[in-house]
Design a protein around this ligand. Structure first.
Ligand code: FES
Ligand code: FES
Length: 193
């Protein structure tokens, strides 16, 4: 059996510079996050690009962001990019290592508004799909902050943006109503009138 070929990888994750770290060529990004970075919040669902439980945000130079599926995208695709995972969405502080020397933990100080609304609307049941729905909604909200839409288009826009995410427990209605709640009750996401 031939040895694994590795290639250095350097990127930014949740505002922190990562690498260079030698990573096997072809390693899916979700494996890099889980096994090399101990960032296990993204979920491996289908593994074939259908469910979006595994998505992360990739920021672009223009201040925009888009969601990417990490089960079907190699870790090296993200070289040099700025990535945000579900662990980077809530406001968190780094708690000091405990006396046993355990790895540092992030302590959540405040949930992002959409996370809070998912709780208030009882949007999820098992929660396996929830990291993907948080990332998907975050990408949508960041897009609306730059390009607000008419109130009459909100429901259609939510369906188009989050309709690609799969949930095996719920009927999606509570996810969508939570995002609608955020959009309609936050200044700047919709145009006047
Ligand atoms: S696990 Fe990536 S799309 Fe389903
Ligand atoms: S809440 Fe269980 S898969 Fe969505």
């Amino acid at each position: 059996m031939s040895p694994l070929t590795t290639k250095p990888l350097q990127l930014t994750i949740n505002g922190q510079a990562v690498g260079p770290v030698d990573v096997p060529e072809g390693l899916p990004m979700i494996a890099f996050l889980h096994e090399y970075q101990n960032l296990t919040g993204s979920r491996l669902g289908c593994g074939i690009g259908e469910c979006r439980a595994c998505v992360v945000l990739v920021d672009d130079e223009a201040g925009g962001s888009k969601e990417m599926r990490t089960c079907i995208t190699g870790a090296h695709y993200f070289a040099g990019k700025r990535v945000r995972t579900i662990e980077g969405i809530a406001d968190a502080a780094q708690a000091a290592a405990d006396t046993s020397g355990a790895a540092q933990q992030r302590k959540v100080i405040a949930l992002a508004p959409v996370q809070q609304k998912y709780l208030e609307h009882f949007s999820f049941q098992c929660g396996y799909c929830t990291p993907g729905f948080v990332i998907g909604a975050t990408a949508l909200l960041e897009r609306l902050a730059k390009a607000p839409i008419a109130k009459s288009d909100v429901e259609k826009t939510i369906s188009e943006s989050l309709g690609t995410h799969l949930c095996r427990c719920t009927g999606y209605v509570r996810y969508f109503s939570a995002v609608k709640d955020v959009i309609l009750n936050t200044p700047g996401y919709t145009t006047k009138g």
